[in-house]
Design a protein around this ligand. Structure first.
Ligand SMILES: Cc1ncc(C[n+]2csc(CCOP(=O)(O)OP(=O)(O)O)c2C)c(N)n1
Length: 539
């Protein structure tokens, strides 16, 4: 068992920070407490940047936005008990969307575990909290275990279906002495990802090569294979339809891209009438087809590709299931298939244009007044811009009607777990992850869940426009109540003056009510060294 650090040997906390750097982590999101003082002793000189949110839910949403924008795991440092329970909702959102997230939390001393002695922050079975939404959990039993535990955590996030990993470190272990020197501790190499055997690829290539009306469905697990998916579409002359998590993986201006329109009847018919559908890294989940309110129908053969064998039978059994990394599989398929046929591609794109025209009639009926805002937002967003959206009415339109051009451009909670308050901290995390311009979009209801994170964004001097769609209430739920003839209750809100509020935080604020004002408001926001809350007042 390790003793408390006394000499020149590194502490467990120092080895942790050092190893995180070795695994290419550069940013951690956390709120320290008495339990994690010795964790933070390891931080100076480690090369890690620490970002301080104002609530642990904000920490995990920031880590999530960081991970979605960068493709690297987002990392949180949390205290025992309330730190973990506060982060739980955002961890569950990441689990629902298969986002890699490493949560390092404290837990009470080893001799107290499970005892319920009334210690500070004590939750006798803390792991039970995160059990439902982690791909792996572990409580460190000795400091020496740390390198192996971290290696396993990163292997799972890099090589399988990603999601949150929760590592609890008992507070007596943070200062524990570790053997050797820091430089002795090295990251495990990233594994080569599984492709699949030649026979299976040959069968898939044969079915696809012979198909007259193939279709490609792309899900969020295909973020790293935009080029391969585009090449496959061109070789097959197949239309590509993307889930909302996949939006932008194939450039939505590409003539073979049918956007994120899986709910709409023309697309559904095209899928049903395909002789072969290849569904890549997608759950085929309800939330992408929620307007259609029924499962997909496949009239022909279904090929599914997924890194997770369980997902191969989620919502539909395939005729051929390929368990492997989407990029590796698509690369092999593209090698096997013949070159693209420009005439066939033209014919598919002409047919697709008609289908998408039909979808436009179905796009979120009754919301026509919002389309000029979608148009203005598209014009305001640069080629490589990232749009981060909450569950707010304008986002239900941008989902379908705002084309995106690059992978990792669409970060949204409008599908899946659907947690209000996501977009502000997730936009902060995305903005911190690199140099791509980010716009956040959130409702007047949603922003109140995580408003405090505006302070973190001010502190980080982020040039970040946050659009607040202010319809004085939980607008979408109000509309649903009206539609269902339920008397409006709990949906009309007293909202604050968001412009004054932004200024009180040290951010900038402005109010607009016409789409033509949006472009200059966003452009102005990117020139500042502080976030700008752009309140859109909805009549
Ligand atoms: C944590 C959480 N609580 C409740 C809901 C249910 N819900 C979904 S949309 C919505 C309304 C959101 O209002 P607002 O953010 O103002 O956006 P609007 O619909 O008005 O555009 C609510 C309450 C939710 N998705 N998440």
């Amino acid at each position: 068992m390790s003793s408390v650090q006394t000499g020149n040997r590194p502490s467990c906390a120092q080895v942790l920070m050092h190893l995180l750097r070795q695994y290419d982590v550069d940013t951690v999101f956390g709120i320290p407490g008495v339990h994690t003082i010795e964790l933070y002793r390891g931080l100076p000189g480690s090369g890690l940047t620490h970002i301080t949110p104002r609530h642990e839910q904000g920490a995990a949403f920031m880590a999530d936005g960081y991970a979605r924008a960068s493709g690297k795991p987002g990392v949180c440092f949390l205290i025992t008990g309330p730190g973990v329970t506060n982060a739980a909702t955002a961890m569950a959102q990441a689990y629902s969307d298969s986002i890699p997230m490493l949560v390092i939390s404290a837990v009470n001393r080893r001799e107290d575990l499970g005892m319920g002695r009334g210690r500070l922050h004590e939750l006798p079975r803390q792991q039970d909290v995160s059990r439902g939404f982690c791909i792996w959990q572990h409580t460190l039993s000795s400091a020496e275990q740390l390198p192996e535990v971290l290696a396993r955590a990163f292997q799972m996030m890099r090589a399988g279906r990603p999601g949150p990993v929760h590592i609890e470190i008992p507070i007596d272990l943070f200062p524990a002495e570790m053997p050797g020197n820091l430089k002795d501790y090295k990251a495990a190499p990233a594994p080569a990802l599984p492709g699949c055997n030649g026979d299976t690829i040959a069968t898939a290539a044969q079915w696809l090569g012979e198909a007259q009306r193939p279709v490609i469905l792309l899900g969020g697990g295909a973020q790293h294979c935009g080029d391969q998916a585009t090449a496959l579409a061109e070789k097959l002359s197949a239309p590509v339809f993307q889930s909302l998590a996949a939006k932008g993986i194939v450039d939505e201006r590409h003539p073979l891209c049918g956007g994120a329109n899986l709910s709409f009847s023309g697309v559904r018919e095209r899928i049903e009438n395909a002789d072969v559908v290849i569904a890549i890294a997608t759950e085929l989940a309800e939330t992408d087809r929620n307007l259609a309110r029924e499962n997909y129908r496949f009239g022909g053969r279904l090929i599914r590709v997924d890194i997770d064998p369980a997902q191969l039978v989620c919502n539909a059994n395939p005729d051929l299931g390929i368990c492997g990394d989407a990029k590796a599989v698509l690369e092999q398929l593209n090698l096997t298939l013949p070159e693209a046929n420009p005439q066939k591609n033209q014919a598919t794109s002409d047919e697709l244009a008609q289908i998408i025209d039909g979808c436009r009639q179905e796009w979120w009926p009754g919301s026509e007044a919002r389309f000029p805002w979608v148009q203005a937002l598209r014009e305001a967003l640069p080629e490589d811009g990232i749009l981060v959206t909450d569950s707010t009415q304008l986002a239900y339109n941008t989902n379908h009607a705002l084309p995106l051009y690059q992978p990792r451009s669409h970060i949204t909670c409008t599908t899946g777990y659907g947690t209000l308050g996501f977009a502000l901290p997730a936009a902060v995390g995305a903005a911190l992850s690199g140099s791509r311009p980010v716009i956040g979009l959130i409702g007047d209801g949603g922003i109140m869940f995580t408003l405090g994170e505006l302070a973190a964004a001010v502190e980080q001097k982020l040039a970040l426009p946050i659009l607040v769609w202010n319809n004085s209430g939980y607008g979408e739920i109000r509309d649903f109540m009206d539609e269902a003839a339920v008397a409006q209750e709990g949906v009309n809100l007293q909202t604050p003056d968001f412009v004054a509020l932004a200024k009180a935080f040290g951010a900038e604020g402005c109010r607009i009510d016409k789409p033509e004002q949006l472009g200059s408001a966003v452009a102005g926001a990117w020139k500042r060294t502080t976030p700008t809350v752009i309140e859109i007042t909805v009549p």
